[in-house]
Write a protein that binds this ligand. Structure first.
Ligand code: AGP
Length: 610
């Protein structure tokens, strides 16, 4: 996600802004910029790339005089990383500057309306729409607060905004909806930021801005307003964290922070693609006719991204009735795949830089096959080389073990499967409505499961000395088992295997000994009975049985030694829920063993080599 900072006070603003942006670097970004009011007008500089480029351009802020300004580090969502798309963004006269963290979900509609009113755009971003909307309402209201309130009424989505108006020197405005925003009172001025690390050097007295609250500040005062424009009182909080803890927003590790960011990441990936109850995947450059002409889908990826593909295979085939094959990119690229017309290759990658996945994309394109990328990093190699790209909006993922990116990849695949099924007429509109309603309920179900963490931590502590752990499932539950096993292996270094439950008796069951932990995933009701009998098989050989199953399936308690229930959801979406306790289990086993969960040995966040 992006980082925003702002300062107004007695000191020069630019060095403070750059310093604050430095402290937000951990959030990941691809460009940065600052805007400062110099006493006459707003001066600004912005650049693609690392913050040090901006520092060099501005001589550490020395050539941008002024005591009031805003700064930004951008994690691209709409518009590739570039100087033009870097923040701050402005109205056409350059008298209003805006920095933004979040996603404006209805930006295209607003952009079209503003264009009809004669507005022109200098970037491809959703944020620039806010700058012009503010301009439009400010011309009418001549008052920043009222212009902000009217803009808030039109904008849908998530935002933390920092805003300065040239006509109001020394004043800094900020507003929040869903994206984090704090303000702080320092000795020589007042500040805003996306996150605590950016201002800890200047103050530990922080105000956490709540949704739809507006802040107006100048060098000496800090005022808060509600969405009705009424002034409100707020209490400050004294931050006890050190900077390292603050970077993780108080979580002990990035992995846990990102596990907890999954509800937000799912919402950000889902909402912009469901408009007025209908699916709108604007980035899918395929007509219904082209979708109907599809005869085969390959989903190609590595690691956890591959595991989402195994889930998607079942969903695509059951929903859209399109033969779907999931392949490891490292295999696909060398097996001279037989790809003919009517084939779509979908490559899935969080980083968008995985060498094997990129090579698989190029192999498909060499054979003239259309490639759709599902990618989390805007402007990455896979995003640039795919024919179409559907971004997941998980925000930057710092921990090597993917969690929130995995969850958003599933969301993208579910949406594609429903969209394909719609085009091919293999689902009714009533079924689509039901599935979309269930997708919208996933974030709250994930929140509920996250509330389980202490219980899972206690269970995990029993297995920090485990040598072998097995995960078994059938169908989508097999795909979930693959991810649960990889999570445990990569962060705790405990050997684990995921097995199609029906396959156990063909060899692996010989490895089951007294007390061996076997995690059975059973979320597919039509396979419950089969799974129970597989569970009995391992139990009679001494296994300790953990079951992850749907709430209400209490029958499983006759066989399982420990049960984790997941909320009821559509059978195709259970992976999004069953994976949560498995992520937490892996995390707590790993920290129980004292492993470096964020940077596990031998692993890299993006495998850019073969
Ligand atoms: C997942 O926890 C691992 N870090 C790894 O398997 C990862 O999913 C794989 O390397 C693919 O990475 P990508 O999504 O960036 O292509």
């Amino acid at each position: 996600m992006c980082g925003i900072v702002g300062y107004t006070g007695k000191e020069q603003a630019a060095p403070i802004l750059l310093d604050g942006l430095d402290k937000l670097e951990y959030r990941g970004y691809d460009s940065a910029g600052v805007a400062v009011y110099d006493g006459e007008k707003i001066q600004w500089m912005k650049a693609r790339g690392r913050l040090k480029i901006l520092r060099e351009m501005t001589h550490d802020g020395q050539i941008l005089p002024g005591t009031c300004g805003i700064g930004h580090t951008r994690w691209a969502t709409h518009g590739i990383p570039s100087n033009e798309n870097a923040h701050p963004h402005f109205n056409e006269t350059g008298t209003i500057a805006v920095v933004h963290n979040g996603i404006i979900e209805n930006f295209q509609k607003l952009r079209n309306r503003l264009a009809e009113k004669g507005y022109t755009f200098a970037s491809d971003t959703d944020t620039e729409v806010v700058a012009h909307l503010l301009d439009y309402y400010y011309k009418d209201e001549k008052d920043p607060l009222r212009a902000i309130l009217r803009t808030m009424n039109r904008v849908e989505g998530s935002y933390a905004l920092g805003i300065i108006f040239q006509d109001h020197p020394g004043q800094l405005y900020a507003v929040r909806k869903d994206s984090p925003l704090i303000t702080g009172k320092a000795a020589d001025g007042n500040l805003i930021a996306s996150d605590v690390p950016a201002i800890l050097k200047y103050t530990r007295d922080v105000y956490f801005i709540q949704n739809e609250e507006i802040v107006c500040m100048d060098a000496d005062s800090l005022r808060f307003y509600n969405v009705d424009g009424e002034q409100i009182e707020k209490e400050s909080v004294t931050i006890q964290w050190d900077v390292t803890a603050a970077e993780k927003a108080g979580y002990e590790h990035f992995m846990l922070k990102e596990i907890y960011e999954q509800p937000r990441a799912v919402i950000d990936t889902l909402n912009p693609r469901i408009r007025d109850g209908k699916i709108e995947i604007e980035e899918l450059g395929m007509t219904d006719e082209e979708i109907r002409a599809l005869r085969k889908i390959y989903i190609v990826a590595c690691g956890s991204a591959y595991h989402t593909g195994v889930v998607a295979k079942y969903v695509f085939e059951e929903l859209a009735r399109i033969p779907t094959e999931t392949d490891l990119a490292s295999e696909f690229r060398y097996r001279n795949p037989i790809l003919d017309e009517g084939t779509l290759v979908i490559v899935v990658s969080q980083s968008g830089e995985t060498a094997d996945t990129l090579a698989a994309l190029r192999e498909a394109k060499k054979q003239g096959i259309r490639v759709l990328g599902i990618v989390n990093v805007v402007g990455s190699s896979i995003a640039r080389e795919a024919d179409d790209v559907m971004y997941t909006w998980a925000g930057p993922e710092i921990a090597v073990a993917t969690t929130k990116a995995y969850s958003t990849q599933l969301i993208a695949e579910y949406l594609l499967a429903i969209r394909f099924a719609q085009a091919r007429g293999t689902v009714s509109e009533a079924e689509v409505d039901e599935m979309l309603a269930e997708l919208r309920r996933l974030p709250e179900h994930i929140e509920l499961l996250l509330g389980n963490k202490e219980r899972i931590q206690r269970f995990a502590n029993r297995y920090i000395a485990a040598r072998d752990v097995f995960f078994i499932g059938r169908g989508i539950d097999y795909a979930i088992s693959l991810e649960g096993s990889l999570k445990l292996k990569e962060v705790s270094y405990i050997h684990s295997e995921a097995y199609a439950a029906g396959e156990l008796k063909h060899g692996t069951i010989s490895l089951i000994e007294d007390g061996t932990l076997v995690a059975a995933v059973l979320t597919q009701e039509d396979l419950y009975k089969k799974m129970i009998s597989n569970m009995v098989e391992v139990k009679t050989r001494g296994a300790f049985l953990l079951a992850v199953t749907n709430v209400g399936n209490t029958e499983v308690e006759k066989t399982a030694d420990y049960v984790i229930y997941i909320p009821e959801t559509h059978k195709y979406f259970t992976a999004s829920l069953a994976v949560i306790p498995l992520q937490l289990f892996a995390y707590y086993v790993a920290i129980g063993k004292g492993c470096d969960v964020d940077k596990p040995r031998n692993l890299a966040k993006s495998v850019t080599v073969e």
